[in-house]
Design a protein around this ligand. Structure first.
Ligand SMILES: Cc1cc2nc3c(=O)[nH]c(=O)nc-3n(C[C@H](O)[C@H](O)[C@H](O)COP(=O)(O)O)c2cc1C
Length: 177
């Protein structure tokens, strides 16, 4: 017997709000496409039981996902490997430009690559986030300049929408065993 996938968990981990708003956007788009979608903060350690598919996202800090996202994935690794999962991150690196920035943009940080090996998502996508001008120390600002980084709200809403559309289209065509 087969059932259509219709319950999706969108889980996020963030500190300053930009990852949460990306997750809210994704959840709203999945709902608009008829999928029953819950939005949860991964710090609340939501259960994966009852969900047919998951979209997981985290802000990036020091080349790693936030601890609540990493812990959720390590704790639920077996269950995640048996379900369709999409992983996204929100950080600076996708917005880098110039010779050094072009190189760095293509690099998946080791700890994120390890999580991809662990949970085997159908796709991992790094989205640009919000880079505030205030508060950064001079060495960090110099490093950002060197890598062709920019300040501001760099979120690519059309790109996020296109990625979500791909997920919805996959789920509408997929069935659970
Ligand atoms: C202390 C600190 C460290 C960061 N480290 C990285 C990093 O290593 N790689 C990256 O791409 N972005 C990094 N960022 C950028 C954030 O991931 C980005 O601002 C993101 O939008 C934050 O998401 P949030 O608003 O959900 O917390 C860092 C930001 C801060 C404040």
């Amino acid at each position: 017997m087969t059932n259509h996938i219709d319950r999706v968990l969108v889980g996020y981990a963030g500190t300053a709000g930009s990852t949460k708003s990306v997750a809210e956007f994704i959840a709203a788009r999945l709902r608009a496409r008829g999928l029953t979608t819950d939005l949860r903060d991964l710090a609340e350690k939501p259960s994966v039981d009852g969900y047919d598919a998951l979209v997981l996202g985290s802000g990036v800090r020091d080349a790693a996902l936030l601890p609540s996202a990493e812990n959720f994935m390590w704790h639920n690794a077996d269950a995640l490997r048996t379900r369709p999962v999409w992983l996204f991150s929100v950080g600076i690196s996708p917005s880098l430009r110039g010779p050094l920035g072009n190189l760095l943009r293509e690099v998946v940080p080791t700890r994120i690559a390890e999580l991809c090996e662990l949970i085997e998502p159908r796709d991992y996508h790094a989205f640009a986030g919000v880079v505030p001008r205030t508060g950064a120390a001079l060495p960090a600002r110099f490093l950002l300049w060197l890598c062709g980084g920019r300040y501001g709200d760099l979120r690519d809403w059309p790109g996020i929408e296109a990625w979500t559309t791909g997920i919805a289209e996959y789920l509408h065509g997929a069935v659970t065993a």
